[in-house]
Write a protein of this length. Structure first.
Length: 94
């Protein structure tokens, strides 16, 4: 899925970002956080779980980031109950 920002510039394929090593850095940018918020809003629980698996060990860091925290909030809204519990277990001793 190719996404185009407001200025019309085509961005990297979002799936290659999710599966690549730059996902955490991408989430910490304003543009990346916004794009990923829109992306997870329309995803199935399985697709959300695939993203969650990739970021779960860094979720505390992302929650404290000035841009990534917005993505984490949206992700939490789109998660299933079991996925939310998994996130909460990870951060309960924050």
């Amino acid at each position: 899925m190719n996404l185009v920002d407001r200025k019309g510039y085509e961005t990297k394929d979002i799936n290659s970002i999710i599966n690549g090593p730059e996902l955490l850095h991408f989430l910490k940018t304003q543009k990346g956080s916004r794009m990923m918020q829109k992306y997870v809003n329309k995803r199935s629980p399985e697709e959300i779980y695939a993203i969650l698996e990739k970021i779960l060990k860094n979720i505390k860091d992302l929650m404290c980031d000035s841009y990534a925290n917005y993505f984490i909030q949206k992700l939490f809204q789109c998660c299933t109950c079991n996925q939310r519990l998994e996130i909460m277990e990870r951060v309960k001793f924050f």
